[in-house]
Design a protein around this ligand. Structure first.
Ligand SMILES: *Cc1c(COP(=O)(O)O)cnc(C)c1O
Length: 376
């Protein structure tokens, strides 16, 4: 029997009939964009949901990252991680900034604070870390370095919707945090993003920048861009928030099932968060060790042969792509932990509606790939 294909993620879609009244409101009002009523309503609702005070909504996370760097007038060199989605570093290039890659911590796969200082030069103006897989960076250590060297900190929080630490939302850290609401993320508006700002003044500046720099009918104060979220996406976000508790519970259920099934599988290390309580279960990464009977790429292929489509997030490293690999900091010798992780990492399927029986089947395949039905 042919089984359904299972992909690494599947966007959560609320019941269509729940969305229709929202669409009717848009059709009736003819307000489709330009920070209309749904934009304002969703902005407030998502602030309340996340426990932060100031959010500016964007058309996607990448434009939000580019704008965040613009808003703080970041230039020169910025320290960042090679172990991320390529948009992290691309946002620097779009601002004419030179990325400096620093290696990651082998436990969290986040930027290693102990290695940041050695990479700082007189041109360094900021640090751009990523809360990889939704697991918090060492925000305290990073802030300490930033304070010492007078650097800004912009968190790429594309994976970190809903993640909390002891003090509340992790989005409160740094000078700005940037979210993505892309279809593949924990919380989605098909396409979308946001900048979390520390105060109203910063949000006002970001709001001007995302709307061409326009402040009034006759006044443009900055070379802004068009980064506004449309009413359609904002309405979808507003509705999606109603389902968040159930979605998060669904993710946790899948996560816990993997942990149970994969415990004790030789050569497989589940990358478990230190603080499970505030975690958003955005991804389920495993590291394939030397004791495992086959390479990560063989396992990846075996799973695909059986209709399971995990992803090698993040392989290749950003620093391996042609527009980055000429940089001195992109040398693999400078990035041994990231280079090793990129060779071993595999993100298994996780999404709220993933059937627990499928999680068991995927786990059995990982535990004993030689006995995959496709190889029988
Ligand atoms: C998805 C993602 C982005 C880009 O967000 P988009 O909304 O797709 O533009 C940036 N950084 C990271 C780490 C991501 O995973």
């Amino acid at each position: 029997m042919k089984q359904d294909e299972i992909f690494v993620t599947q966007p959560f879609l609320p019941p269509l009939k729940e969305f229709l009244p929202y669409l009717e409101r848009i059709w009736d009002s003819k307000l489709v964009t330009n920070c209309g009523p749904f934009h304002q309503e969703f902005e407030q609702a998502v602030c309340a949901h996340l426990g932060v005070e100031h959010i500016a909504l964007f058309t996607n996370g990448t434009i939000a990252l580019v704008t965040a760097l613009q808003s703080l007038r970041i230039s020169g060199e910025v320290i960042t991680t090679p172990f991320s989605f390529v948009a992290t570093s691309h946002s620097l290039l779009w601002n004419g900034i030179r990325p400096t890659f620093v290696d990651i911590d082998p436990e969290t796969l986040n930027l290693d604070p102990a290695q940041i200082e050695a990479a700082i030069t007189p041109h360094t103006t900021a640090i751009l870390p990523v809360h990889c897989y939704g697991r918090p960076c060492d925000t305290r250590a990073i802030q300490q370095i930033a304070d010492t060297y007078n650097l800004k900190v912009i968190y790429d929080a594309a994976h970190a919707f809903g993640t909390r630490d002891d003090g509340g939302s992790i989005l409160r850290h740094g000078d700005l945090s940037v979210l993505s609401f892309h279809a593949t993320k924990v919380f989605n508006t098909f396409e979308g993003g946001a900048i979390v700002c520390p105060d109203a003044r910063t949000k006002t500046r970001v709001d001007h920048l995302k709307n061409f720099g326009i402040v009034s009918e006759v006044n443009v104060v900055a070379p802004g861009i068009n980064g506004k979220m449309s009413e359609f996406n904002a309405a979808l976000g507003l509705l999606q928030l109603n389902h968040m508790d159930r979605m998060m519970a669904g993710r946790k259920r899948v996560h816990d099932a993997y942990l149970t099934h994969l415990a004790g599988v030789r050569g497989i290390r589940c990358l478990n968060p230190a603080d499970e309580a505030g975690f958003n279960h955005a991804y389920f990464p495993i590291l394939v060790g030397d004791e495992y009977p086959m390479s990560r790429d063989r396992l990846y292929q075996e799973l695909k042969n059986n209709g399971i489509h995990p992803r090698r997030y993040f392989h290749p490293l950003i620093s391996d792509f042609p527009m980055y690999r000429g940089l001195p900091s992109a040398n693999p010798a400078n990035l041994p932990v990231a280079t090793d992780a990129a060779r071993r990492i595999l993100c298994l399927p996780i999404y709220p509606d993933l059937d627990i029986a499928e999680v068991a089947r995927i786990s059995r395949l990982v535990a004993d790939p030689a006995r995959c039905p496709a190889n029988a």
